[in-house]
Design a protein around this ligand. Structure first.
Ligand SMILES: Nc1ncnc2c1ncn2[C@@H]1O[C@H](COP(=O)(O)OP(=O)(O)O)[C@@H](O)[C@H]1O
Ligand SMILES: [Mg+2]
Length: 412
């Protein structure tokens, strides 16, 4: 029996401690604990993001209580859906806050898109509003770097489920694109070299030079379709259309941007310019719009989980729109292998596994794979370090958490 933070943990004989950095009581934490209990494993020791960020607990103190164990496994789970954590991460990324920027490759953080740490801690966090995404990401990178450094300094035998560095790089769509290209994956073409489009006007210049009229414009470190724009322009008439989750609100001459949780269509240039300028100022990843294949007259993409290098749970996402995230109330199917041909399924799985090989520090991630209509070519367009929340999906009779726990314990 070991006491950690006033609670007692009894691991089974020969069982190593399992630490979970997450938001306690969140559905993800509950799902993981349920899986451990079902497999007869001791509960994961929960370390809350909030406490770690506020420095009311230190990971080193917790690890020290486990000195003598053969190995300690640490799983860093998603930081989302918690206001206190969001405020702290923005504060950690503040220009007046020092931090280790070893995982942050996005360059400087201009004043126009940043706030001081104190201000960040007082943010009201209105529902849906997207606050300082670049600063948030820098804060998250700093947190990951701090945890990594503190754990390393102890020189204990620690196994990361996903290493802090792999999580940081998966979060940045620009560095993912570069890394996956370097690993030989086919990626959607870019209208201009990564990072060179800084505004609506430079986007238009890139469109004119590349001839690409249909593009996906994304907040480089967004997720859950926040800050994603499916954009097209008619080169003959100059007519534009932007389909996006972004909502714009004007208050006293300044604009804020929301994730509306629904898709909106914009055709007014002034709106489109405003939102593209904003996404570009926070850091954009802009790539060719891949025409997705369809079934039942709906476009689809595939969320493919890969655990220990092997593709496992699959969720097919279907939609009449171009942005297919599940919380946008799109249809989900867990019987992809009955709906897609064996050939397509195999290509999807190979692509997802190849994508994970670019992240040797990652044990489990969910890859969004697009299948190009006509050619059947597959593209890994989004790598989600926390992409395992796939309700109803089973592989070898296990849900995603059970399968990961089982694979982690396998000794080969
Ligand atoms: N290049 C693209 N071509 C076509 N559809 C895309 C492209 N990029 C993204 N999408 C669609 O938009 C959705 C959201 O984009 P994604 O890169 O996965 O961002 P997020 O991290 O917000 O999920 C994808 O699931 C996919 O359906
Ligand atoms: Mg995605």
């Amino acid at each position: 029996m070991i006491e950690v933070m006033g609670r007692y943990f009894a691991n089974g004989a020969g069982e190593n401690p399992f630490l979970l950095i997450g938001n306690p009581a969140n559905k993800r934490t509950l799902g993981l604990q349920a899986a451990r209990s079902k497999l007869g494993l001791a509960p994961a020791i929960e370390l809350s993001y909030e406490q770690l960020l506020k420095r009311t607990i230190y990971i080193q103190d917790v690890l020290r209580t486990f000195a003598g164990f053969e190995e300690i496994i640490i799983l860093i789970d998603a930081p989302g859906e918690d206001k206190a954590v969001e405020r702290e991460l923005i504060a950690w990324g503040a220009p007046d806050q020092s931090g280790d920027d070893v995982f942050w490759s996005a360059g400087s953080l201009p004043d126009s898109i940043s706030i001081a740490a104190e201000e960040a801690r007082g943010l009201p966090l209105e529902h849906g509003r997207i606050y300082y995404p670049a600063q948030w990401y820098r804060g998250y990178c700093r947190f990951l770097a701090a945890v990594h450094r503190e754990v390393k300094a102890l020189k204990m035998a620690v196994r990361w489920v996903n290493s802090p560095g792999s999580i940081a790089s998966m979060f940045d769509k620009r560095s993912c694109w570069q890394l996956l290209s370097r690993h030989g994956l086919l990626m959607p073409a870019l209208p201009a070299p990564s990072g060179t489009i800084g505004s609506y006007d430079s986007l238009q210049a890139a469109i004119a030079a590349s001839g690409m009229n249909r593009l996906f414009i994304k907040l480089a470190c967004g997720s859950g379709a926040a800050g994603v724009i499916a954009y097209q322009i008619n080169p003959r008439t100059g007519e534009e259309l932007a389909v996006t989750t972004i909502g714009i609100e004007e208050r006293a001459g300044s604009y804020s941007f929301y994730n509306t949780g629904l898709l909106r269509r914009y055709s007014e240039r002034s709106d489109i310019r405003r939102m593209i300028d904003w996404v570009c100022s926070e850091g954009a990843h802009i790539e060719r719009w891949i025409e997705k294949d369809s079934i039942f007259s709906k476009s689809f993409d595939v969320r493919q989980l890969v655990v220990k290098g092997q593709a496992c749970h699959t969720v097919l996402r279907l939609s009449r729109t171009s942005i297919i995230n599940l919380h946008l109330r799109n249809e989900r199917r867990t019987d992809a292998d009955q709906l897609l041909s064996a050939e397509v399924m195999q290509a999807v799985k190979h692509t997802a596994e190849a994508a994970l090989r670019a992240f040797p520090g990652s044990f489990a991630a969910g890859v969004d794979v697009l299948v190009h209509r006509g050619s059947g070519r597959t593209y890994a367009i989004d790598i989600n370090p926390f992409g395992d929340l796939l309700y109803g999906a089973e592989y070898e009779g296990m849900n995603t958490h059970e399968w990961q726990m089982r694979q982690l314990l396998r000794k080969d």
